[in-house]
Design a protein. Structure first.
Length: 250
């Protein structure tokens, strides 16, 4: 079942998404959060930090597992996803960092890195709420369009479009990682609840195809149609195609 909420802009989308995470942590203080990186969730993380600073939210019992990490980058590298999570959330709240998990980008043995991360996800009891962004091609995590859905954590060769999109964060195109470790579709779909957030007109087509199109690994997020509890929070621009085709949303 998919529930869609329309926000008027990025700020409202961020606040609505943060409210859902707030509710999860409040109702189950020892919950496991699946977290995402990228520009889309930054506003939601900022809101959660604000509520924590006001004493309205306690993360001391929370465990987190992140979707993905670049292969070859250490957690100290300012372009790594571990660094991103520390800077945007973990450094500002009272979460136990020993219970914040991100794939090990420095593990050169891909098979070992992925097996260990799958074991971590199992050992924490699974994910209560998984936060997702969506790529312009419908990717979730680093699960890019493919011929088949990858079930569990795996090493991916980044597409040229993804490498080019990430190039702005690096001094030279040669420095952009060419591979990443990412949770697979089964890992994501095993979460009890999924929160998908999107902003901007460049996500409108991907969002429409993911929620109303054919379920296909060529649009990885389309698999979410089979999940029993998905909430989508997106701004008007990201929902523009859906509104055009399906009518006005609340």
């Amino acid at each position: 079942m998919i529930t869609i909420y329309k926000a008027k802009d990025y700020q409202e989308m961020s606040r609505r998404a943060a409210n859902i995470i707030f509710a999860q942590v409040t109702l189950k203080p020892d919950c496991v959060l699946g977290l995402a990186t990228g520009s889309t969730p930054v506003g939601a993380y900022r809101q959660l930090v604000e509520w924590y600073e006001k004493g309205e939210l306690d993360f001391s019992g929370v465990t987190s597992v992140n979707l993905d990490e670049y292969k070859g980058l250490s957690g100290d590298n300012d372009q790594s996803y571990r660094y991103f999570m520390n800077r945007n959330l973990f450094d500002h709240i009272n979460i136990d960092k020993s219970r914040t998990f991100v794939p090990d980008g420095l593990e050169g043995d891909s098979e070992k890195a992925c097996a260990e991360y799958n074991q971590i996800i199992r050992s924490v009891g699974g994910i209560d709420l998984q936060l997702l962004g969506i790529g312009g091609n419908g990717h979730i995590g680093f699960n890019e369009p493919a011929e088949a859905f990858e079930p569990e954590t795996h090493c991916v060769d980044l597409t040229e479009s993804t490498i080019q999109a990430n190039a702005r964060f690096f001094e030279r195109i040669e420095d952009v990682p060419k591979q990443a470790y990412t949770m697979g579709i089964k890992n994501i779909m095993s979460a009890k609840k999924i929160l998908l957030i999107a902003t901007g007109e460049n996500k409108a087509e991907a969002l429409y195809q993911s929620l109303y199109g054919k379920i296909t690994p060529k649009v990885p997020a389309s698999i979410l149609q089979l999940h029993k509890d998905v909430t989508v929070v997106a701004d008007e621009a990201a929902l523009s195609r859906i509104i055009k085709e399906r009518g006005e949303l609340v």
